[in-house]
Design a protein around this ligand. Structure first.
Ligand SMILES: Nc1ncnc2c1ncn2[C@@H]1O[C@H](COP(=O)(O)OP(=O)(O)OP(=O)(O)O)[C@@H](O)[C@H]1O
Ligand SMILES: [Mg+2]
Length: 184
């Protein structure tokens, strides 16, 4: 039996009508279909749920009590499943330095690849990192965008601080931050 494919037998999660499907590994596979046809039911509610369940089963009893309790999805069997990673459209956190690449460690391999095939102009492979001071883009510092203060909007240079030179609403005259500055 080939281990190069994930074999799903008799999936009947939600509206799936006893689906048998073989999904090749090491390939980019796309599921398409009209809304409600069962793409998420097959991928998230069946294959991914089973992958998570199998992964959690390998943990100690102690660790398992701290994991979500997943019941077996409605499927007879799924063969050759390996650890699954789900990437959806939601942001993982507020930190711009945490990306799909860093969370999955794909980034580590990308850096290795760049350091091997790229022209080594600055040094060791760890420089191929948008989080390393020597490796990051000098314009955006590895954030993909530049954040800076628009001083023309932020300051009214005709006024003193007491008169409200800082035009940002947090520093309005009489406010807490304004008082902090005035009493310095
Ligand atoms: N948790 C659930 N309980 C019961 N029925 C569900 C559940 N989740 C989805 N369904 C039903 O299963 C069917 C397939 O839904 P599913 O979300 O898998 O479709 P989809 O192909 O992913 O659609 P979309 O393109 O809108 O994401 C729909 O009829 C849906 O109402
Ligand atoms: Mg869906």
């Amino acid at each position: 039996m080939s281990r190069d494919k994930i074999i799903v037998q008799n999936a009947h999660t939600n509206n799936l009508k006893n689906i048998d499907v073989e999904i090749p590994k090491h390939k980019l596979v796309v599921f398409t279909g009209v809304s409600g046809s069962g793409k998420s039911s097959l991928l998230f509610d069946t294959i991914y749920t089973e992958a998570q369940r199998q992964l959690i089963e390998t943990f100690s009893t102690f660790a398992r009590t701290r994991m979500p309790k997943l019941s077996r999805p409605d499927v007879d069997d799924i063969l050759n499943l390996s650890t699954a990673i789900v990437i959806d459209q939601k942001r993982m956190g507020n930190n711009l330095r945490s990306t799909v690449g860093t969370a999955t460690e794909i980034n580590t391999y990308l850096r290795l690849l760049y350091s091997r095939v790229g022209k080594p102009f600055i040094g060791p492979s760890f420089y191929f990192s948008f989080n390393h001071p020597e490796g990051m883009c000098t314009y955006c510092h590895g954030l993909g965008k530049q954040i800076k203060v628009d001083l023309d909007l932020f300051l009214d240079i005709e006024k003193s601080i007491r008169e409200g030179a800082i035009t940002h609403p947090h520093y309005k005259i009489g406010g807490f931050l304004w008082k902090e500055l005035i009493t310095l």
